[in-house]
Design a protein around this ligand. Sequence first.
Ligand SMILES: Cc1ncc(COP(=O)(O)O)c(C=O)c1O
Length: 300
Amino acid sequence: MTLIPFDDRDGSIWWDGAVVPWRDAKLHVLSHGLHYASAVFEGERAYNGHIFKLREHTERLLESGRILGFEIPWSADQIDEACLQTLERSGLTDAYIRPLAWRGSEQLSVSAQATRIHLMVAAWAWPNLFGADRMKGVRLATSKWKRPHPETAPIHAKAAGLYMTSTMSKHDAEAQGYSDALMLDWRGQVSEATGANIFFVMDGALHTPTADCFLDGITRRTVMALAAKRQIPVVERAIMPDEMGHATEVFVTGSAAEVTPVRQIDDLHFDSGLVTATLLKDYEALVRMAPEQVRLQLAA
Ligand SMILES: Cc1ncc(COP(=O)(O)O)c(C=O)c1O
């Protein structure tokens, strides 16, 4: 696979209200966000030129900043507009959009009250987190790293620092030949994959861990609403690893992962079945609708 480095591409990046040539969007190495992970971000997808659930992503970005103790100096309308302009300028209709806010270089110590808050938005083509053959189902290996207690880390923020153990877990899983890691939480309950939420089909119902120590994904909530529309019962509850063997189907959800079947977790094997196929199809249809239609669909 040829990797195209992210700092050497054509295009432009929205940065603090200006449009900067892609290769010039460089940051000083003494930035607080880089040293202390004082950064929050979003991962969004555009389909047919519309960014799916844009306002929800923008609101989560603003809230993530507040959880980390800073106010992003742009309104929700301005951030939405920055994302839409970035998409338009990219020339893409189907794209991944990445807004990121971080503390600047005015101070470089744990205390960073005087740092300026910056915001950037970039868009690029990124078909799916798991690549072209994801429909065969991905394979997860349980990580040794756990999702933390909500008083240990700001687990409801999409905060850069939380991805340190995600990357370590994903690398461990990849080193063993798996696609991704399954993360348990500090209690030993099933929580999520490294960048996607998880669902199990058990006795015809959809079971998913209660989002009390990991990100309650926008895709997760969308899929739960789609399941309800199909009269598929949805159960949010604590799920222990030894229950996973009762599942007949497993899938993960996320803006980057979309709805992706899981065919293996450690030594357990799963088939991709009707519930996964139905929700995958419903999700793919929904994301391709105009924002107003999406609202109507989910309200109905
Ligand atoms: C750790 C983690 N969990 C869950 C998700 C799914 O969230 P969403 O559906 O809002 O993209 C993501 C992706 O953003 C993630 O990084």
